[in-house]
Design a protein around this ligand. Structure first.
Ligand SMILES: Nc1ncnc2c1ncn2[C@@H]1O[C@H](COP(=O)(O)OP(=O)(O)OP(=O)(O)O)[C@@H](O)[C@H]1O
Ligand SMILES: [Mg+2]
Length: 335
């Protein structure tokens, strides 16, 4: 379990104070993946560096299984770091070492004897699906395979938690999914608390149980995936259920139309029921369906015909479990 409380990191540059982290609080239970999403400069890497003990926070606490690591003495740092596995965007392997020796490196540092090291490395390479590559060198591997080595190395010291900073940002979409699935699989097998830093919503959708939105060093929204999706109008809800561009409408209709955004668990059942209730068509302009956290969610942008009062439609849809907002059709929807 990772528990971060009111974590702050202030950098001083010339006469300027940069509040890279301005009081971050979050929790990652064991056997779960928490995503931290944010734009460039939001403080994501600073957060990982502070959690990984590569940088000292200015204030606040970082507890791993109840032990505050933010305040360990410098002499205990190396031992404390063994409780944390860290995966970066690039695996940063030693080119001159074999794959097995790369994975063995943290064990050498920890003073583990040769035979025990070899057994652990074999186990780890099997875990990440590289049992055959022990004697190869990094240059002989693909980017995805190198990242697998990076993950095996991060797990070498049997850490309590896994911290991943943009683990798939350098990979193509298919390899990205393979690595994400591997991280989810390892989480489940080892019961780890995993924190994944990313700027891609795809990563959150595919493997995260919960998510925080980081902005200018602050968590501005956070919660389990199913919870944040249902928070209509919330930024994460918008990001998780992003609508594709809508088909253009005839300009002559534009002025008279009302458009409704409706979000619901499940598919379009509520919409179909509403159409039946009002005996009217609610044509879908754009829609998206996502499977998140074991639940299906859908968001539809529909046209409300002039014969219906949009507020009445919204209220009826609410009774059917769908949250909706009325919005004027945007310019590009009226061609
Ligand atoms: N060593 C440093 N000295 C001064 N300022 C820093 C330092 N490291 C980070 N910053 C500043 O802190 C803020 C957060 O940076 P950080 O690297 O954590 O962002 P990020 O969310 O990881 O961005 P990206 O998505 O581009 O990697 C930025 O304004 C950055 O310029
Ligand atoms: Mg970064």
């Amino acid at each position: 379990m990772i528990a971060v409380k009111d974590l702050k990191k202030v950098y001083h540059q010339a006469n300027r104070e940069i509040r890279a982290l301005d009081g971050v609080t979050l929790e990652v239970p064991d056997d779960s993946v928490h995503g931290v999403i944010g734009q460039s400069g939001a403080g994501k890497s600073t957060l990982v560096r502070c959690l990984a003990l590569l940088d000292r926070p200015t204030s606040g606490t970082v507890e791993i299984n109840g032990v505050d690591l933010a305040h360990v003495r410098s002499s205990d740092l190396r031992r404390a770091r063994r409780r944390l596995g860290v995966v970066f965007q690039h695996a940063n392997l030693f080119d001159s070492r074999t794959i097995a020796d790369n994975v063995a490196y943290p064990l050498e540092l920890a003073g583990v004897e040769r035979r025990e090291r070899a057994a652990k490395v074999t186990e780890l390479l099997g875990l990440v699906g590289l049992g055959d590559a022990a004697a190869a060198h990094p240059a002989q591997l693909s980017g995805g395979q190198r990242q697998r080595v990076g993950i095996a190395r991060a797990l070498a010291t049997d850490p309590d938690v896994l911290l991943c900073d943009e683990p798939t940002s350098a990979l193509d979409p298919r390899t990205t999914d393979e690595i994400l699935d591997l991280i989810a699989d390892i989480k489940a097998r080892l019961g780890l608390a995993v924190l994944v830093i990313t700027h891609e919503m795809h990563v959150v959708k595919r493997i995260c149980d919960s998510v925080s939105l980081l902005e200018a060093g602050l968590v501005v929204e956070s919660g389990p995936l199913a919870g944040v999706v249902g928070r209509l109008g919330g930024r994460l809800s918008e990001m998780l259920l992003q609508l594709p561009p809508a088909a253009p409408l005839p300009a002559t209709l534009g002025a008279t139309l009302e458009v409704l955004d409706t979000t619901q668990p499940g598919d379009t059942a509520a919409l179909t029921a509403a159409e039946r209730h009002f005996d009217a068509d609610l044509p879908v302009l754009a829609g998206t369906v996502e499977h998140l956290d074991g639940t299906t969610f859908s968001r539809m942008r529909v046209l409300v015909p002039p014969s219906l009062d949009p507020a009445v439609v919204v209220s009826h849809l609410k009774g059917l479990g769908a949250e909706s907002t009325i919005s004027a059709p945007s310019i590009d929807e009226v061609a």
